[in-house]
Design a protein around this ligand. Structure first.
Ligand code: NAI
Ligand code: MG
Length: 337
């Protein structure tokens, strides 16, 4: 039995979370779900976007599912606070094409490994006389740690190239540290037999953004700093059917949090139009993290079937179904297995 902290959040967060939980119930795994609060509604009711109780629950469970939250201006970000408090230093964002989904490319499968604990999201901003500044913190330790994760993920996924993405030509000091740490880890890993076949290269982030549109097949595993990873993963989502399709893992040494890449989508909240796929795929990533590989595969295959059939798809995928109708179709396939 796994104890899972569930943080639905705001907007479409609770809608896609409800859909994913409904699907999870059809699996042969026992879960104890404990709901916790965060986000905009939570702020208006409790005075904080992320209560300590939520952090404690997430820290002490086997894994956490996070929907999405609406940002409250001037208040601390719930998700960034959680990532920090739980020590989730790696954000893994697979960009994968699924059959049946109208997208620019139909055969993409690469992974963005985003440093999740520092960079421009360190939260150190200051007002100045002229305007404001933000501190971009890049440490050797975090850069090495995230580079190691990139190589380990590459091996695990059968990939043969790891590409570092940075802007060391302009951000000479900060990305200089990132770049140097990456190449040190690359040397260390490619000297090991298991990794000796791995190609290693690097790109400036602006060129990487261009290649991602023009020639994304060149990518296998990308590793980059926090803000670049955030931007590139939304770009990647745009190549494979949009934000409704892309899940993510936030991983640390002894914890994991799983969430769609998208936000709370206030423009469609309450209309039943939210695509539950990214949240369902995030639960599949959680199952992999819990070493429930068979059930994770079953879940992904069931979703794949629904996408392929093109009968129960949400509006963003060109269909007319609601969030729950699409989830129901996935659950029906699972119950047939
Ligand atoms: P967003 O990701 O919420 O939405 C961007 C666009 O994609 C919208 O047109 C939306 O309708 C569409 N979209 C997103 N998810 C979808 C889904 N599952 N199905 C169908 N269409 C979907 O980003 P936006 O609008 O920039 O931000 C909205 C709020 O979410 C803001 O308060 C923002 O700060 C917050 N946010 C929260 C995140 C989180 O909780 N991790 C991540 C990104 C944004
Ligand atoms: Mg983002």
């Amino acid at each position: 039995m796994y104890t899972i902290t569930v943080i639905p959040g705001d907007g479409i967060g609770p809608e896609v979370m409800g859909a994913a939980m409904y699907v999870l119930e059809a699996l042969n795994i026992e879960f104890k779900f404990q709901e916790a609060r965060a986000g905009n509604d939570c702020y208006h009711e409790t005075g904080t976007t992320i209560p300590d109780e939520t952090i404690e629950m997430a820290k002490n469970s086997d894994a956490t599912l996070f929907g999405a939250v609406t940002t409250v201006p001037g208040q601390k970000s719930a998700i960034i606070t959680l990532r920090k408090a739980m020590g989730l230093y790696a954000n893994l964002r697979p960009v994968k094409s699924y059959p049946g989904v109208n997208s620019i490319y139909s055969d993409l499968d690469f992974l963005i490994v985003r440093e999740n604990s520092e960079g421009l999201y360190s939260g150190v901003e200051q007002e100045t006389e002229e305007g404001a500044t933000a501190l971009r913190v890049i440490t050797r330790k975090a850069s090495e740690r995230i580079s190691e994760i990139a190589f380990k993920q590459a091996l695990k996924l059968g990939k043969t190239r790891v590409t570092a993405v940075h802007k060391a030509n302009v951000l000479k000091k900060t990305d200089g540290v990132f770049r140097q740490a990456f190449w040190e880890i690359a040397r260390k890993y490619t000297e090991m037999d298991e990794y000796s076949h791995m190609e290693v290269d690097e790109l400036y982030v602006d060129a990487a953004a261009m290649f991602m549109v023009q020639d994304p097949h060149r990518f296998q595993v990308l590793v980059t700093t926090n803000l670049f990873g955030d931007i590139l993963s939304d770009e990647g989502a745009g190549l494979v059917g949009g934000l409704g399709m892309v899940p993510s893992s936030n991983i640390g040494d002894n914890n994991g949090l799983f969430e769609p890449v998208h936000g709370s989508a206030p423009d469609i909240a309450g209309s039943g139009a939210a695509n539950p796929a990214a949240m369902i795929l995030s639960t599949s990533l959680m199952l992999q993290f819990l070493e429930e590989h068979q059930e994770a595969f079953k879940l992904e295959q069931a979703l794949l079937k629904v996408l392929k059939q093109r009968k129960y798809l949400t509006v963003d995928l060109g269909g007319t179904s609601t969030t729950m109708e699409m989830a129901h179709a996935v659950r029906e396939i699972l119950e047939e297995c």
